[in-house]
Design a protein around this ligand. Sequence first.
Ligand SMILES: Nc1nc2c(ncn2[C@@H]2O[C@H](COP(=O)(O)OP(=O)(O)OP(=O)(O)O)[C@@H](O)[C@H]2O)c(=O)[nH]1
Ligand SMILES: [Mg+2]
Length: 213
Amino acid sequence: LEIPVVADVLKLNDEIAQLNRQRLHDAGVFSLDLMGAPGAGKTALIEATIKAIDARVGVVVGDLATQRDADRIARCTDQVVQINTGKGCHLDANQVRQAIGRLNIDQLDILFIENVGNLICPVGFDLGQDVKVGLFSIAEGDDKAAKHPYIVQASDVLLLNKLDLAPHVSFNLESFQADVSRLSAAVPLITLSVTAGQGVDQWIDWLERRLDR
Ligand SMILES: Nc1nc2c(ncn2[C@@H]2O[C@H](COP(=O)(O)OP(=O)(O)OP(=O)(O)O)[C@@H](O)[C@H]2O)c(=O)[nH]1
Ligand SMILES: [Mg+2]
């Protein structure tokens, strides 16, 4: 008896992700999958980026419930779609495919995909993005890179937010940086405070350099 074994449960997701990638490339859109813990500042980063960059930005935002993030982002761009995942802890390629269908992607230069606040589940799912961005904040503690190695290793750039809170939380930056370099020697780490506007220019520089490529 030959028992069928399904080895690659992600195969369908990856195929749809590839279609998303092709569609976005055909439209000349650079796309980012923004991953990070709940409250790390993902939406705040997107808002600040739209204000700072000279480019047309669309946003797909995933949350279990509510359209609060989309309501915030709608003040910066009308190209925004909210996905409610229910009990789902991450976005998948098919949800993103449907969201892209609601956007005017031919009119965009950049697409941000704000993933569900979670350091674990979003890592394994290709959405069709060009780059994955991992966002931490110092309020979460300096051990989070070491405790969540896969997001560190899957990210093309890492951001460490809420530096303005440094006087109020104990956070050993050298220890965090050492964990990051051990896990992913080449990944750039940009420290910033989105609300204080500190370091945002370095993030914009990184993004513009990627856009130029
Ligand atoms: N002190 C400080 N607060 C910040 C900073 N960036 C974001 N916040 C605050 O952190 C809270 C969460 O920010 P959001 O942008 O909603 O975070 P998020 O990652 O999108 O959260 P979820 O979508 O719920 O996972 C808000 O109250 C922000 O104002 C920062 O640089 N410093
Ligand atoms: Mg958010």
